[in-house]
Write a protein that binds this ligand. Structure first.
Ligand SMILES: [Zn+2]
Ligand SMILES: [Zn+2]
Length: 97
């Protein structure tokens, strides 16, 4: 079972997560806020088409939205609340150098 580090967007704590949690909502042990565990793109395999897929929380409904690196900066519509959202470049937010 692989693990990865994801960063809490609320308190910036770095959390250890299981790879099977990718895209799932978890509770931060530091601040008890909910966040979505995301495997950083650079840890994902590049040899299949899913490597460019990532998830980000919708700023309107906070639901997890599946996206693609090719869509970063473009507008998309949230499948959960139908709001128009700009796909953020959050590929690297989970890890610090
Ligand atoms: Zn936190
Ligand atoms: Zn939404």
């Amino acid at each position: 079972m692989a693990e990865f580090i994801t960063k809490c967007p609320h308190c910036d704590a770095e959390l250890q997560a299981q790879d099977e949690w990718n895209g799932m909502e978890v509770e931060c042990p530091e601040c008890n806020n909910k966040l979505v565990a995301e495997i950083p793109a650079r840890l994902l395999k590049k040899d299949d088409s899913s490597s460019s897929v990532f998830f980000f929380p919708c700023p309107f409904c906070q639901e997890n939205v599946k996206s693609n690196v090719e869509w970063i900066g473009r507008s998309a519509s949230c499948p959960h609340c139908n709001s128009t959202i700009i796909v953020p470049n959050n590929q690297k937010v989970a890890l610090r150098p």
